[in-house]
Design a protein around this ligand. Structure first.
Ligand SMILES: Cc1cc2nc3c(=O)[nH]c(=O)nc-3n(C[C@H](O)[C@H](O)[C@H](O)COP(=O)(O)O)c2cc1C
Length: 295
């Protein structure tokens, strides 16, 4: 037991298709659920690029009614802690789903997808969406933020002030890939970019938010090895989620968990969470140096 929990990233694992993979996680996160059923965007919806993957799935799913009636009982039967990712197109949508799931004893956490790059955005701010969700449920709420913002720490402070109990960092970032005839490879032209290229971006976002707020952080973005996971922990993540890697390696949760423990212990940390202090002390020092040099 490493002290760092390993989850899947929303949309990157179907627990009903791969129950053993779901059981190898500390918690399973569903694909984002919306109020009504959605067919998602037209194909082509996935394109591989040299250092990551583009997707434009567009929140395909059964809608909250079918989810509660048919999916939830089967997911609960897996015996793995269950997080439900909540999405929508307005504050009212988020409130409706959170209220509906509030009484569901098998749901441990609600992760609010405030940042899907493949659908139209809600008119409200992230903080307003969290406030609407907060008013609708007593369950723990994790706010999932987009890396595509200059000052993510300000967003983190705002969503925590509105009642988020934790952060999930980060969602995909918008990207575009062309084929040999210079046409977009995705039918929707742009998609969400995930995988290795996202890793330094995720590290910077987790680092900035960990310094800004004192809530648990699920770090994700391009994790492929235990060392990648340890780096996220070093900058402030308390859990790590695996996304794109699961498409290539369904055994990744157990492998990365074991590698994480080994990489931490090779650096003298009995618990990987102890690695957090290193990166924080270093960045406080560099801040002091920067302040002294501008004084
Ligand atoms: C095919 C695919 C589908 C995704 N669907 C969702 C989703 O429904 N909700 C969500 O919050 N994030 C979704 N994501 C984003 C992931 O949860 C994660 O934030 C992102 O992929 C970064 O992690 P990674 O680089 O390890 O994949 C999806 C990502 C991929 C690749």
């Amino acid at each position: 037991m490493s002290g760092v929990r390993i989850l899947n990233a929303s949309g990157c694992l179907d627990a009903l298709v791969a129950p053993d993979v779901a059981r190898s996680l500390d918690a399973f996160v569903t694909k984002t659920i919306t109020p009504l059923p959605r067919g998602g965007n037209p194909p082509v919806r996935i394109a591989e690029t040299e250092s990551g993957m583009l997707n434009s799935i567009g929140l395909q799913g059964p809608g909250i009614d079918a989810f509660v009636e048919s999916h939830l009982p089967r997911l609960a039967a897996l015996g793995t802690e269950l997080w439900v990712s909540v999405g929508g197109f307005s504050a009212a949508d988020f409130a409706t789903i959170c209220e509906r799931l509030d009484g569901e004893k098998d749901v441990a956490v609600l992760e609010l997808n405030l940042s899907c790059p493949n659908v139209d955005e809600a008119p409200e701010t992230a903080a307003e969406l969290v406030a609407a969700a907060r008013a609708a449920t007593r369950k723990p709420l994790y706010a999932k933020l987009s890396p595509a913002q200059w000052d993510i720490a300000t967003s983190a402070r705002a969503v925590v002030a509105s009642g988020a109990d934790g952060l999930s960092l980060v969602n995909t970032i918008r990207g575009l890939a062309l084929d040999a005839s210079l046409r977009p490879r995705l039918a929707r032209t742009v998609g969400g970019y995930s995988g290795p290229a996202l890793r330094p971006i995720a590290l910077a976002c987790v680092h900035a938010c960990a310094a800004a707020v004192e809530v648990p952080i699920v770090g994700m973005g391009g994790v492929r090895t235990g060392l990648d996971a340890l780096e996220l922990v070093a900058v402030g993540a308390t859990s790590v989620a695996l996304g794109t890697v699961l498409f290539a390696d369904p055994d990744a949760p157990a492998r990365i968990g074991a590698e994480l423990t080994a990489e931490a212990s090779a650096r003298g940390y009995a618990n990987p969470l102890d690695a957090h202090a290193v990166a924080v002390v270093r960045s406080e020092k560099s801040l002091q140096i920067a302040q002294n040099s501008t004084a």
